[in-house]
Design a protein around this ligand. Structure first.
Ligand SMILES: [Ca+2]
Length: 392
């Protein structure tokens, strides 16, 4: 085992020293961002725009440290895997999220009720977002926000505009909150605390919901709850209206032009029906809708109609998968809250159905009839659930 520690032959020394020199020579250049002209220009610009002193900005940015992991995480994977709604859903619709969500519901019942009353956003939707974002404060992220945002603002050109704006917002937030800009932690992309607001969203939409005189996303669930409700309301949440429901396409309908319309509901109820889309419930609610497709390899595409409130959830994260996971986790929590026995059975449907389908495919020929029966049963459950949702 001594070979591991054997010194390189003498002829290798110059190369070793060259390598070490390169490592140490490049490190300080990265370590101090304020040696870079684009960083000093940024400091002068935001100081002038916001009437801030430049000195604390220089101090803060000289302490920001390049983080390679932030760059690795922000980049899209080199081989983009096939998107799978089923796989995505199973990350959030599991026992952990449902149980933690019900626990949070009982723990923060009064705050959730107050938020629902004030902003019209149901408790389960707020909990759905908190669950998908951080499992109720358990995974708020350990990245030092100043360094993460500085890395993205100056060493990730594709998104530099967004992240320079967020870095500016972080300085303003720290100034307003009388905090050290280096005292914030969160996700690799600069999202903060329980609800994972970017600094600009904290400044625009966060509320001090427990009235203790400060906004605290690190340990104060009440501020997170009130701020999520305020955010959704600001993005058009309609109290008492539907979020989304399953739909089917009439035979021969090409969904592509409808899907191209994007996130924002633009189709009137009449246009939805004329284009050959049918809500499984049979009736179109008032208000505009958009068609949503949820693809999973090896399964038929699920179609849904998303309404204004679904759109509001996509403003939190611009993704149909995200908004649908929030909505379905919310439904599971509502079911579990209203009927604790249902919660126990709901907590593991993914595993149950996965076991069922694995079994069914193994003995596909022998039990073809039985498998068809069970999948029919699973399908017939969906409209029943959305009917329940509609009542709310
Ligand atoms: Ca507070």
């Amino acid at each position: 085992m001594m070979t591991r520690f054997r010194l390189p032959p003498a002829s290798m020394f110059p190369l070793v020293f060259l390598a070490l020199f390169l490592v140490f020579a490049s490190a300080p250049a990265r370590a101090d961002y304020t040696t870079r002209p684009e960083v000093t220009a940024f400091i002068e610009e935001i100081a002038a725009r916001n009437k801030l002193d430049t000195a604390p900005l220089y101090v803060a940015l000289s302490r920001a440290i390049y983080n390679q992991r932030v760059i690795d995480l922000i980049q899209p994977p080199p081989k983009r895997g096939v998107r799978s709604w089923r796989r995505y859903r199973s990350r959030f619709l599991d026992r952990l999220h449902v149980e933690a969500g019900l626990e949070a519901w009982s723990q923060y019942e009064h705050t959730l009720a107050k938020a629902e009353k004030q902003y019209g956003v149901p408790a389960e939707i707020i909990l759905g977002i908190l669950g998908v974002e951080t499992i109720y404060g358990r995974n708020t992220g350990t990245f030092e926000t100043l360094s993460a945002l500085t890395t993205l603002a100056f060493d990730y050109p594709p998104r530099q505009k967004l992240f320079r704006a967020e870095l500016e917002a972080l300085f303003l937030l720290a100034h307003e909150q009388k905090r050290d800009p280096a005292s914030y932690t969160g996700s690799f992309a600069g999202a903060l605390g329980w609800p994972q607001f970017l600094p600009s969203s904290v400044r625009a939409y966060a509320v001090d919901f427990d009235g203790d005189g400060k906004i605290d996303f690190d340990s104060d669930a009440a501020d997170a709850i009130g701020s999520i409700a305020n955010y959704l309301r600001a993005f058009g949440w309609v109290p008492g209206a539907l979020v989304a429901e399953r739909a089917r396409l009439e035979p021969g309908v090409n969904p592509a032009p409808l899907l191209e319309l994007g996130f924002e509901p633009q189709l009137t109820p009449v246009q939805v029906l004329e284009s050959g889309v049918r809500p499984l419930s049979g009736n179109m609610p008032p208000g505009d809708a958009t068609l949503i497709d949820l693809d999973s390899p090896g399964s038929a595409t699920e179609y849904w109609l998303g309404y204004r409130n679904f759109y509001a959830i996509t403003r939190y994260n611009h993704s149909n998968f995200y908004a649908m996971a929030v909505f379905q986790l919310a439904q599971a929590l509502r079911d579990g809250h209203d009927n604790p026995d249902a919660a126990r059975s709901y907590a593991t449907p993914e595993r149950k159905s996965a076991r069922k389908s694995a079994k069914a495919s193994k003995t596909k020929k022998a039990k073809a009839g039985k498998a068809a029966k069970s999948s029919k049963k699973a399908k017939s459950k969906a409209p029943a659930k959305s009917a329940k949702q509609r009542k709310r």
